[in-house]
Design a protein around this ligand. Structure first.
Ligand SMILES: [Ca+2]
Length: 389
């Protein structure tokens, strides 16, 4: 190796190291790793549990996760959501089998939200949850522990190490937190697909995952776990096109073929339903956000969930001193912004509450994704699914 080339290699190595350590970059950073290079991660794989309701985009998100060497997937916990648990559970088991990862435990989650009747989304995911794509009945069985107990045991076994990647309604997580007061304090972080600061997709106010179980979502947001929220604000920019499906079809491996089959069925189902846009890869973006946060831009918010609204239950409200009409000038000093109060509705005459102020001080509880480099996201998703394992 000549000296010039050696110097370049060194610089490049330093660059890669510093980029991958910039986990919570607030702006896009240059691409650090080409596909293939990441098969030798610089750090030990991160322990994660994936809570999911497969679900077309869940299916691709699970396949992406199982093809990502940065992850040590401690378990998968299906929950009722896009379709009932009777379908999300076998769909999750099917993905594990397709990926050849039956070593990953699958634990049975909640059949219904905490206090509401289940509203599902067969209109978007097809009656079987996979856009109508049919796969054999899975042979793999779930583990004995129910999902909340399974989550509790894994987090307790590896305190401060486990990240929860949640891509469905938050019923399982809330139940786990309700059953163990110390659990939230030892969860490393939580990356969710859910919520929106720019309008919903099932009602004008609410994103589907939060709409299905707003009470559970509220427990999670108020738990103190460091949260990354990947909501509709960014996932709306991830429509899966025919071109991507063709790239998946060209991949000569079972995962790529299954992903292509699901994607093609989902696109056809979408068009048959009269939807104007191709299916969004909401859940894969949440997994990608954990794998490579530099794909997104984040801002700090205090996020709370509307649970009382007759029309708006499941709406996520994002309070910020630097966004919206009440934003503070940056030259107002450090004192002003953190003291911004968190304000709720005006108290009713019947209420014992006399002030609309819920908290007198702004304290962020979530990093909310506000922009995404969609092209780079699809490079990661399609590259991992279609590339060599
Ligand atoms: Ca989902």
């Amino acid at each position: 190796m000549n000296s010039k080339k050696k110097a370049f290699t060194l610089m490049r190595r330093e660059f890669v190291t510093s980029s991958t350590s910039a986990l919570m970059a607030s702006s896009f950073t240059p691409r650090a790793l080409a596909f293939g290079e990441s098969s030798q991660p610089a750090r030990a794989p991160s322990r994660v549990i994936i809570d999911t309701d497969p679900g077309v985009d869940d299916a691709l998100a699970l396949l992406l996760a199982m093809r990502s060497p940065e992850l040590k997937i401690e378990g998968i916990t299906p929950v009722a959501g896009n379709v009932p648990l009777e379908l999300t559970l076998p769909n999750a088991l099917r993905m594990v089998e397709i990926a050849g990862r039956t070593d990953i435990p699958v634990a049975v989650g909640a059949k219904a939200p905490l206090v509401r009747r289940l509203v599902s989304a067969a209109y978007a995911h097809g009656e079987n949850g996979l856009g109508g794509a049919v796969f054999p009945e899975p042979k793999t069985k779930p583990v004995a522990e129910p999902a909340p107990e399974f989550i509790r045991q894994v987090v307790r076994k590896y305190p401060h190490e486990v990240t929860l990647i949640t891509i469905g309604p938050l019923t399982n997580i809330a139940t786990a937190l309700n059953g163990d007061a110390e659990l939230a304090g030892i969860v490393k972080s939580l990356v969710m697909m859910g919520g929106s600061l720019s309008g919903g997709n099932i009602t004008p106010a609410a994103e589907f995952n939060i709409y299905v179980d707003p009470e559970a979502a509220r427990i999670v947001f108020q738990s103190g776990i460091p949260i990354t929220m990947v909501g509709l604000d960014v996932t709306r920019k991830t429509a899966l096109t025919e071109d991507y499906v063709r790239q998946l079809e060209a991949g000569q491996n079972p995962v790529s073929q299954a992903a292509a089959k699901i994607a093609r069925s989902a696109i056809a189902h979408n068009r048959q339903q009269g939807f104007a846009v191709d299916p969004h890869m909401h859940d894969s973006l949440a997994v990608a956000a954990f794998l490579d946060p530099s794909l997104l831009k984040f801002e700090d918010y205090y996020v709370d969930v509307e649970t009382a609204g007759e029309l708006t239950a499941g709406e996520t409200l994002g309070y910020s001193p630097v966004a919206g009409d009440l934003r503070r000038r940056s030259d107002a000093g450090n004192q002003t912004a953190p003291n911004m109060p968190i304000r709720g509705s005006a108290p009713t005459l019947a209420s014992t509450r006399t002030s609309p102020v819920l908290r007198d001080k702004f304290v962020p509880n979530a990093k909310v994704a506000v922009d995404v480099d969609s092209a780079r996201f699809f490079e990661l998703l399609i590259g991992r699914l279609a590339g060599k394992p």
